[in-house]
Design a protein around this ligand. Structure first.
Ligand SMILES: Nc1ncnc2c1ncn2[C@@H]1O[C@H](COP(=O)(O)OP(=O)(O)OP(=O)(O)O)[C@@H](O)[C@H]1O
Ligand SMILES: [Mg+2]
Length: 631
């Protein structure tokens, strides 16, 4: 389907969504689908819930957010359970302003935008449909037409509570246009749209001297005063402030805490009573979610000012910290790169992961427990297995600091450095070393990084570099060994046979000659030495392995290559040590002979076909590992 056909189809759908009827007809509809009369907060909550929830490791993952926000599950769970859910149930929190507090470019605006775009979409669905008094600039809730003294009866009949009073404008229209007959008042379905200023608004403070409260609550329309005779005629008022337009949906309040006080006072009554004052009218009821965002410093300054106490108590603060998982951070970069105009550049495997490691390290706080270093903590947070630690340790670590993730390097900085790397390098291919170098250079120029943290960050760059060295060596090693898992398994089986014979004081049989032979001490030691097992400790280590094997056997499980972390490490290192010489010679000779050249080409091909490299990055990797091995 071409783009114009799609446009036409959209228009057709739009047409189908239209509904118009009298208030009497609307009430029929409410009987049938009571949810159409829900409050703004309840609609937001249901929108999030309807997208689906899954539970991962005891934390809820709301699908509504999960396709664009990564690693924020805990914060989002809290946001939904402590704000949206109770607000949907008409508890008092809904009257508070939701203030998202978090470090720079930690996803606050992204979150708010998702809610806005989500609501626009949701209002097009049956579950999210919204109806309003026709022709009302504030899309007033039709149920406001029910006079206050009949609302108890309405509740009895419909089970729906009505909040808020009919606005002065619709009061007048009811009298003049409909002769007071509420059943005849026309109602229409509305579709939220920020562009058309329906149900979604954004208020952004500008120069306090020139900015007018009208931007928030509307203003008198001087051109019509003459027609209606008085300033207090609601028809002579333009209800076109952001608060008016966002009624029934949500309003984003940008830079709220930077805003002039007079704007904030307006919010006071809105948040307290659910209504605000405009012009010379009685209070106007509003039903909308107000979301603001700020960073920690600004927030602290705000609450330390006594004058702000009243407002402060009407704000619900929800922390939105940085993501602390390496793998999720990688996804953030992938997303940002996909959305940028450098999307066609080849990024060598592990590049983003290594950058993410550096970033996460800057965000983590030093563990208070002595047995865990920062690298281990980083791995544990990422959900990786670290020998000797369990999920309980992770929970404990998370409890050590309540404000972890509120500082450190932000994703935008990393993406900027990646972009500048891409621009500087002539080939359209970058690797982890390029990025680390660029991150390092960036620190020198970064004005807001103190010398102290610069020192720390430089150290994190070298930690990330070390991680990369290991990964790079492993990658090359894997590509050199034709079938890596296979060779590892064979070596391990061989080792285990020998260990068994050693512990049971028996002999092995030579597979070729059938002769009885002693366990191969040299082989066993060559593996054990890889992980620093001394001559004195070897017996205990071998026995432990044997015990582990029989424990597995008792449970009917197979002891395999992955069953014992340290043994696996030893086997890998041994394989690599054997290979090292081959790799070293092949990758570092300036003029490889034919045999070596063939091997190198094979390895490059494998790196490209199976590991996601291109020929530039594969050759760069080989050269780098060659130089590492020659150190
Ligand atoms: N946890 C995250 N998941 C996905 N993307 C993220 C995350 N954190 C940041 N980003 C990305 O980083 C960029 C900056 O985020 P955003 O503008 O939402 O941050 P912010 O908190 O509003 O920052 P600021 O305080 O500077 O206004 C966006 O492209 C956003 O998608
Ligand atoms: Mg922002």
């Amino acid at each position: 389907m071409g783009i114009l056909d799609k446009v036409a189809k959209y228009r057709e759908e739009e047409e189908k969504l239209k509904w118009e009827g009298t208030f009497a007809e609307y009430l029929e509809l409410v009987k049938e689908k009571p949810w159409i009369a829900q409050s703004a907060h309840s609609r937001v909550y249901n929108m999030i819930k309807d997208a689906g929830v899954e539970e991962v490791d005891g934390v809820k993952r709301y699908k509504f957010f999960s396709h664009q926000l990564y690693g924020l599950e805990t914060a989002l769970e809290r946001l939904v359970e402590e704000y949206f859910h109770p607000a949907a149930k008409r508890l008092d929190v809904r009257k508070r302003i939701l203030l998202l507090m978090g470090p720079v470019s930690g996803g606050k605006s992204t979150l708010v935008t998702m809610l806005k775009r989500g609501l626009e979409q949701y209002s097009r669905t049956d579950r999210g449909a919204v109806f309003a008094i026709k022709g009302c600039p504030m899309h007033e809730d039709p149920l406001h037409l029910i006079p206050p003294h009949l609302r108890e009866d309405f509740y009895e009949e419909y089970g729906i509570r009505i909040e808020g009073n009919l606005s002065p404008l619709n009061m007048l229209r009811l009298e003049q246009e409909y002769g007071g007959r509420i059943e005849d008042v026309l109602v229409e379905r509305i579709i939220f749209s920020e562009d058309r200023r329906v149900g979604i608004g954004t208020f952004s403070p500008s120069d306090p001297k020139s900015q007018d409260i009208a931007d928030l609550t509307g203003s008198i329309d001087f051109s019509t005063i003459a027609e209606y005779g008085s300033e207090s005629d609601p028809r002579a008022y333009r209800f076109d402030g952001e608060l008016n337009k966002a009624n029934r949906g949500m309003m984003e309040f940008q830079e709220m805490l930077k805003c002039d006080e007079k704007f904030l006072w307006h919010l006071l009554s809105l948040t307290q009573e659910g209504n605000f004052k405009a012009g010379r009218f009685a209070l106007i009821s509003a039903d909308e979610l107000i979301v603001a965002h700020t960073n920690e410093t600004e927030y602290r300054a705000f609450i330390s000012n006594k004058k702000n106490e009243a407002l402060h108590s009407r704000i619900i603060v929800m922390p939105i910290p940085y993501n602390l998982k390496v793998s999720e951070e990688e996804k953030i970069y992938e997303k940002m790169i996909r959305e940028s105009d450098v999307a066609d550049v080849h990024i060598a495997p592990h590049t983003l992961k290594i950058a993410a490691m550096f970033t996460i390290l800057t965000r983590l706080k030093e563990p208070k427990r002595g047995d865990i270093d920062l690298i281990k903590k980083m791995r544990l947070y990422d959900g990786q297995n670290v020998e000797g630690f369990s999920a309980i340790d992770v929970e404990e670590l998370k409890k050590e600091y309540s404000d972890e993730g509120m500082s450190g390097i932000d994703p935008r900085y990393v993406i900027n450095r990646i972009s500048s790397t891409i621009i500087r390098k002539e080939v359209k291919s970058i690797n982890a070393l390029d990025v680390l170098r660029s991150l390092k250079e960036g620190l020198e120029q970064h004005p807001s990084i103190t010398p102290e943290s610069k020192e720390k960050y430089l150290n994190f760059i070298s930690l990330a570099r070390k991680e990369y060295d290991e990964l790079a060596k492993k990658e090359v090693q894997k590509a050199f060994v034709y079938s890596y898992e296979e060779s590892a398994k064979t070596l391990m089986d061989n080792y285990l046979d020998n260990v068994e014979a050693y512990c049971n004081k028996t002999k092995l049989r030579d597979p070729l000659t059938g002769e009885e032979i002693n366990p191969d001490e040299k082989l066993m030691r060559s593996i054990e030495e890889q992980i620093g097992i001394s001559e004195n400790a070897k017996k205990a280590f071998r026995e432990e392995i044997l015990i582990r094997i029989s424990a597995y056997a008792r449970k009917g499980k197979r002891f395999d290559y992955n069953s014992h972390g340290r043994l696996r490490e030893a086997i890998q290192k041994k394989l690599f040590a054997d290979l090292k010489d081959v790799v070293k010679i092949t990758t570092s000779t300036k003029t490889p002979d034919e045999q070596q050249l063939k091997k190198i080409n094979e390895v490059v091909a494998r790196l490209i076909d199976e590991h996601g490299y291109n020929s530039t990055s594969a050759n760069e990797l080989l050269r780098y590992v060659g130089s590492l091995l020659n150190r």
